[in-house]
Design a protein around this ligand. Structure first.
Ligand code: 13P
Ligand code: SF4
Length: 330
């Protein structure tokens, strides 16, 4: 039975026996219940280590569309779990903590996008996957950072396009495709903080290092980056260039776990964020939402079968179309 207290908190807050080997128990429960664990690269290493599949948001969406498992535990953030549910409506999608939101998804409310669309007749909407189902339902095609350039290039050169909500990604795609998409002014609170001054300083100290940056970073950061792309793009680059022994990495620090695991003799230096006035020198290049996932919450979500993701059927019917369009174009 789902307790009132859990609903208020957004996760199952029940004590877990300290003597349990949580990793073993989670794997045992997955087998027993026919569940798989999907994890994003930004979750903590312990979760990535027990996951059936670890990937970027594009690979996670693909996996959700093709899996036979009855239950998926999506260890990432809420929009990723919602995408899994949209693609596999008959499956149970568990989300260990419903508070795992996304500042970028929050920067575009469906009601605001609806008004903006009405103000721009004749425009099609391209939305980044980091959006709610309600925003996707108003969208013509979804993209991820792993396929944005390819998918947008599939639209005629003179197509009138609105891109949202990530301004930096849209601005970058405009610059490489020569388009003039109208850009929503949203952003990610982690990626907007990476400091170009820190990258230049690190580059001086490590002249042999290449700079990697996620496409959600600001234009000055992308301008000094040698490798720009999604989390998977950066990871694959390091894995396929064994001659490069050092990277300066401008994305959420969780990716370093998989980079270091698969390239053990390479040095990955995480870029610290800008230290703004009043931030007390905080150097949090971590996504607080991703870090809400924990082994204890995964154990409890599997044990109690809650929280699970539900999407209003009328919204789901519309929201799945632009995701399927993306998958067919990428
Ligand atoms: P990826 O598509 O690279 O996994 O990025 C998702 C994300 O939320 C980055 O902040
Ligand atoms: Fe959202 Fe930013 Fe966290 Fe990615 S890192 S999930 S964009 S808040």
């Amino acid at each position: 039975m789902v307790k009132e207290e859990w609903i208020k908190k957004g996760f199952v807050d029940e004590p877990v026996d300290d003597t349990l080997d949580l990793k073993k128990e989670i794997r045992r429960m997955c087998k027993e219940k026919g569940a798989i664990i999907l994890a994003h690269y930004y979750t903590v290493g312990d979760i990535q280590d027990i996951a059936d599949f670890v990937g970027d948001s594009l690979a996670l969406a693909r996996k959700a569309a093709e899996t036979d498992a009855k239950i998926m535990v999506m260890c990432g953030v809420h929009f990723m779990a919602e995408t899994c549910k949209l693609l596999s409506p008959d499956k149970t999608v568990l989300c260990p903590d419903l508070n795992a939101g996304c500042s970028l998804a929050d920067s575009c409310k469906a009601e605001d996008l609806k008004v903006y669309k009405e103000e721009h007749p004749g425009y099609q909407v391209i939305s980044y996957v980091n959006t709610t189902a309600a925003v996707k339902a108003l969208t013509d095609c979804v993209v991820t950072s792993g396929n944005a350039e390819k998918v947008i290039n599939a639209f005629p050169k003179d197509a009138k396009l609105i891109f949202g909500p990530d301004y930096n990604l849209g601005n970058y795609i405009n610059s490489v495709t020569g388009r003039n998409m109208l850009l929503w002014n949203g952003g990610c609170h982690v990626h907007e903080k990476f400091s170009v001054e820190e990258i230049i300083k690190l580059k001086k100290e490590n002249p042999d290092a290449l700079v990697m940056a996620h496409l959600e970073c600001k234009a000055p950061v992308l301008a000094v980056a040698d490798i720009k792309g999604s989390t998977a793009t950066m990871l694959k680059y390091a894995q396929s260039h064994p001659e490069t022994k050092k990277y300066i990495v401008a994305t959420e620090a969780g990716i370093l776990h998989e980079m270091q695991r698969t390239c053990p003799d390479v040095t990955f230096i995480p870029v610290p964020p800008e230290v703004s006035e009043g931030s007390l020198g905080c150097s949090c290049n971590e996504c607080n939402y991703m870090k809400l996932n924990s082994l204890k919450k995964i154990y409890n979500t599997l044990k109690y079968g809650w929280p699970s993701i539900e999407v209003d059927p009328a919204i789901a019917k519309e929201a799945v179309k632009p995701i399927e369009k993306m998958l067919s174009l990428s």
